[in-house]
Design a protein around this ligand. Structure first.
Ligand SMILES: Cc1cc2nc3c(=O)[nH]c(=O)nc-3n(C[C@H](O)[C@H](O)[C@H](O)COP(=O)(O)O)c2cc1C
Length: 185
């Protein structure tokens, strides 16, 4: 796959086949994540890759759905359908990568570094013929997920990425027209 194919064909996948992913591919995905640029070269990331313990992985989905149900009680317009789609991705994906930032920096730069690493994960998965889903809904219950995964208190979860061989072919969500998105001066 050339660079254009990788970037353009990456899609958010919410249903996966159960086929396992080889350790070589997972090592490469994490290597690509760590090759992302980071502000002040802080490399503020830490990854927990879960493949073999299905109950351990699925508990993350249950925590997110439970937290979504609580939001729905407070706000009938809360998009719980979107949360359930997120949970389906976690449950069907053979692999879940929990992504943590390791320093409590006040710099917005750190968020940018994390985004760069997460995008590299998604692009690396695409290049390996895999689907992925970047999930920000870990936000709904970050403390509970951190406690479930047993990471040190210095590690804050920022996202999770579900990875696996895709069991769906989603349409490309339309993008804003380029002329509304950029100006060249
Ligand atoms: C920061 C971020 C957080 C996201 N969180 C979720 C999520 O929690 N659940 C989900 O189903 N999709 C999530 N997505 C995926 C977006 O919905 C998706 O990227 C968007 O609809 C465009 O579709 P595409 O990725 O196929 O181009 C997230 C994407 C980003 C970049």
């Amino acid at each position: 796959m050339n660079f254009d194919d990788v970037v353009v064909s990456r899609r958010s996948i919410r249903r996966f086949r159960s086929d396992k992913i080889s350790r070589d591919i997972l090592d490469k995905i994490i290597y690509h994540a760590t090759m992302a640029p980071s502000g002040k070269h802080e490399q503020p990331w830490y990854f927990v890759v879960i493949q073999d313990d299905v109950d351990y992985k699925n508990k993350v989905a249950d925590l997110i759905v439970g937290a979504g149900e609580e939001q729905l009680v407070k706000n009938p317009n809360f998009p719980q359908g979107y949360v359930r789609g997120t949970a389906l991705a976690i449950k069907t994906a053979p692999v879940l990568i929990a992504v943590f930032e390791t320093r409590d920096s006040q710099l917005n730069m750190q968020k940018q570094s994390m985004g760069a690493a997460i995008q590299n994960i998604c692009l690396s998965a695409t290049a390996a013929g895999l689907g992925s889903l970047w999930m920000g809904y870990v936000d709904l219950c970050n403390k509970e997920i951190e406690s479930h995964l047993g990471v040190p208190s210095t590690h804050k979860i920022v996202a999770a990425v579900a990875i696996g061989y895709s069991d769906m072919t989603p349409a490309v969500p339309p993008r804003k027209p380029l002329d509304a998105t950029v100006e060249f001066r």
